[in-house]
Design a protein around this ligand. Structure first.
Ligand SMILES: [Zn+2]
Length: 420
């Protein structure tokens, strides 16, 4: 038995808006699986080595539920256009570069290292349509200690000359890719890019593969008004965007839909009834002027919501920053709604950035016994304040402000994968 004991001020988010705090507590894992959080070390662990982080915070690491690996080279650039023009002008040419495996290897190694250094240990990630680059991405994530889902993108229409497959290629390459996925911590997820990128035939065949191989699915939904109008032209038989996924069997509790900025009451009810997870991407929605998603309303209605950085519509790799953007966006939404929908508190947004996403990977909220150990050790000893702050106050500050090398150590699936 391999026992890990880390000591510090332990904070976890067991439910929306609630933080459990154990000052100078012990977080214990055996063979990478959490056994418990304790104020005093239980008898059976006495004599085992303890990694003592003193006054530092020990918090759950992040689950980034929506990001595009091949857009990593364009982070921070080209945000002067709305979604569809942005895809055609900047994004598709960038993604096309990943036909070069050496470039993919070098780029994805850097991305994986940056994710881990920022405390993101679970992802739900889009690759490009390239099968080989997708395998390279999965290898690099696995090596760096990132866990979660990666999808080879499917797109057999509207990608332009350099970024399109035929329907047959898309299906065959997907099947070959699935055969090559033998990773311990990185699993495949089917990834029709979005409705305008996939013909009806492709959608139907992907839906069948999802059923036959019992795979989760990720895509985009109701991000931008121009996109929604386009989908309704492409699918006049569907009264709403989501139905273009549902009709092909891509609408269930293993589905992640990014954005849902413009989902109205009927679409939100469909999200809730099916248990679809919304990946809310506040930074991206602001950058591409997509809009302000009604997150508070969704939560009140029982829709599952977690957070995504949406690199590179989003410009923040650190989910601390994405959490802050989420709160700011919810404040904008509050103002737009005439102060009728309360904005998200820090502890609520923190839950969305951690526990809400980790549930998609089968975890229970917080540092629950039975969960794999995913944690960040966070230091803030160089920051000044006039009073002694509680651990919860220090977490609140960390969302907005962190010292250099604030992320001191990161644990993923039981292993320490990063030390500053
Ligand atoms: Zn996206």
């Amino acid at each position: 038995m391999n026992t890990t004991i880390i000591k510090g001020n332990i904070i976890s988010a067991p439910e929306l808006g609630k933080l459990d705090v154990t000052e100078h507590g012990y977080l214990v894992a055996e063979d990478g699986i959490i056994r418990g959080v304790y104020e005093t070390l239980p008898e059976q662990y006495r004599g085992q080595p303890v990694e003592d982080y003193g006054e530092e915070l020990i918090v759950q690491s992040f689950a980034d539920m929506h990001l595009h690996a091949p857009q990593y080279p364009m982070v921070g650039m080209g945000m002067d256009l709305p979604l569809i023009q942005w895809l055609n002008t900047y994004t598709f040419p960038t993604e096309a570069a990943f036909r070069d495996n050496d470039f993919a290897r070098e780029t994805y190694r850097k991305l994986a290292a940056e994710l881990v250094a920022n405390g993101t240990t679970r992802v739900c990630m889009f690759s490009s349509l390239h099968r080989e680059a997708t395998i390279i991405l999965m290898e690099e994530l696995e090596k760096a200690g990132v866990t979660g889902y990666v999808g080879k993108v499917n797109m057999d229409r509207n990608g332009g000359v350099n970024l399109e497959e035929t329907t047959e290629e898309s299906v065959e390459e997907t099947l070959r890719w699935l055969e090559q996925c033998h990773f311990e911590h990185i699993k495949p997820i089917l990834t029709p890019r979005f409705v305008p990128s996939c013909t009806d035939e492709l959608m139907e065949r992907l839906g069948r593969i999802a059923r036959e191989q019992n795979l989760p699915i990720q895509s985009h939904l109701s991000e931008n008004t121009g996109e929604i109008a386009w989908v309704s032209e492409l699918h006049p038989e569907c009264s709403q965007y989501w139905e273009a996924y549902a009709k092909y069997g891509m609408w269930n509790d293993r589905t992640v839909m990014a954005h849902c900025v413009w989902s109205d009451e009927r679409e939100r009810k469909a999200l809730k009834d099916a248990g679809v997870l919304v990946a809310h991407c506040a930074s991206s929605n602001e950058n591409l002027t997509s809009g302000y998603a009604p997150v508070r309303v969704m939560l009140n209605e029982g829709v599952r919501v977690a957070l995504g950085s949406d690199i590179a519509g989003g410009d923040k790799i650190s989910m601390f920053d994405v959490t802050a953007d989420t709160i700011r966006a919810s404040k904008a939404r509050c103002v737009m709604d005439n102060w009728k929908t309360p904005f998200l508190t820090v502890s609520e947004a923190w839950y969305l950035a951690t526990s809400a996403g980790s549930r998609f990977f089968g975890e229970k909220p917080g540092f629950a016994p039975g969960n794999p150990l995913h944690a960040i050790v966070l230091r803030d000893d160089n920051l000044v304040s006039t009073t002694r702050l509680s651990p919860a106050q220090r977490l609140e500050r960390a969302v907005y402000r962190r010292q250099e090398h604030a992320v001191h150590a990161v644990f993923s699936a039981g292993k320490k994968v990063y030390t500053a």
